[in-house]
Write a protein that binds this ligand. Structure first.
Ligand SMILES: Nc1ncnc2c1ncn2[C@@H]1O[C@H](COP(=O)(O)OP(=O)(O)O)[C@@H](O)[C@H]1O
Ligand SMILES: Cc1cn([C@H]2C[C@H](O)[C@@H](COP(=O)(O)O)O2)c(=O)[nH]c1=O
Length: 228
C-alpha cells in the first residue's frame, strides 16, 4: 500500500542525506523517482546534503501543482515509481493535499522531508498539514545535539550567535554561519525557551556575575538555589 511519509526533525539532523539515500537505494534497483525541493541552500532545482552530496530536483515553487505535474508526466509516457519532496516545510497546505492525492490516486509512495517548527517554535503550515495527513511521521534516528549535550528539538535563528525571535518565518540559511550573519542553531527546549545559544552560554560562563565568588546569603545557607 503506498504511503505518505513525513521524515521530520530539526535542521542539520540528516533529512536531506536520508532523502538522497532513499533515492540511491531505489534507483540502483531500477526504480525511477521524481525529486522535488523548494528553496534549497544550494540553489534552485537542487537537493543538497551537508555531507557534500547533491542531486538535481524539480523546484516546487509557490503555486506549483504536484498532482497536475505528475499526471502530465505520466500521461506523456514518463515513468515515476516514487516521489521525494525535500524542504517540505516551505510547501503550502494545498500542495501537501496534492501529495496525499498522488499517494491515493496515482498509487505512488511519497517521502516528504522537513523541519516541523520555525525559529519561534511555531509549526510551518506545510509541516502542520503533513502531520495532519501523513500515514507515518518518522523522527530521524541520528539526533542533532544542543550545545549542552541534550537532544536538540528546536531551531533557533541567530544573529552573531544571539537568538532572535522576530522576523519573517522563511529566511533560507544554515547553521554555523559567520559572526554577524543571520544563521541557525539547534537547541534543546530548555535552552530554546531561555534563548541560550552556544555563544550566549559561553559569554555567561565568562561573565564576572557567575564567577564562583561566595555570596553572603549563600555562606549563611539562606540563598535560593539557582539553575542555568
Ligand atoms: N563532516 C562530516 N562528517 C560526518 N557527518 C557529517 C559531516 N558534516 C555533516 N555531517 C552529518 O550530516 C548531517 C546533516 O545532514 P543534512 O542532510 O544536510 O541535514 P538536514 O537536511 O536535516 O538539515 C549532520 O547532522 C551530520 O550527522
Ligand atoms: C528554523 C527555520 C529555518 N528556515 C530555513 C533555513 C533553511 O534554509 C531551511 C532548513 O533546511 P535544513 O535542510 O533542514 O537545514 O529552513 C526558515 O526559513 N525559517 C525558520 O524558522
Amino acid at each position: 500500500m503506498p504511503e505518505l511519509v513525513f521524515f521530520s526533525g530539526t535542521m542539520d539532523c540528516g533529512k536531506s542525506t536520508l532523502a538522497l539515500q532513499i533515492e540511491h537505494n531505489r534507483s540502483t534497483r531500477g526504480l525511477q523517482g521524481m525529486i522535488f525541493t523548494r528553496d534549497d541552500r544550494a540553489g534552485e532545482g537542487k537537493l543538497s546534503s551537508r555531507l557534500g552530496l547533491v542531486t538535481d530536483a524539480v523546484e516546487a515553487a509557490e503555486g506549483f501543482d504536484f498532482y497536475a505535474y505528475l499526471v502530465a508526466h505520466l500521461s506523456k509516457g514518463g515513468r515515476c515509481d516514487y516521489v521525494i519532496a525535500d524542504e517540505a516545510q516551505f510547501l503550502a497546505p494545498e500542495q501537501i493535499d496534492q501529495l496525499a492525492r498522488v499517494v491515493d490516486d496515482l498509487d505512488l509512495d511519497v517521502f516528504a522531508f522537513g523541519i516541523t517548527t520555525d525559529f519561534r517554535s511555531k509549526l510551518f503550515p506545510g509541516s502542520q498539514r503533513l502531520v495532519e495527513l501523513a500515514d507515518r511521521v518518522e523522527v530521524l534516528q541520528v539526533e542533532a545535539l544542543c550545545w549542552c549535550g541534550a537532544r536538540a528539538t528546536h531551531n533557533a535563528r541567530t544573529v552573531g550567535g544571539v537568538m532572535v525571535v522576530e522576523g519573517a518565518q522563511v529566511v533560507v540559511g544554515d547553521v554555523n554561519q559567520a559572526a554577524g550573519e543571520v544563521g541557525y542553531e539547534v537547541l534543546c527546549r530548555r535552552h530554546h525557551r531561555r534563548r541560550m545559544t552556544a555563544a550566549s552560554a559561553r559569554a555567561a560562563a565568562l561573565s564576572p556575575d557567575v564567577l564562583p565568588v561566595e555570596h553572603e546569603d549563600a555562606a549563611r545557607g539562606t540563598a535560593a538555589p539557582t539553575r542555568t
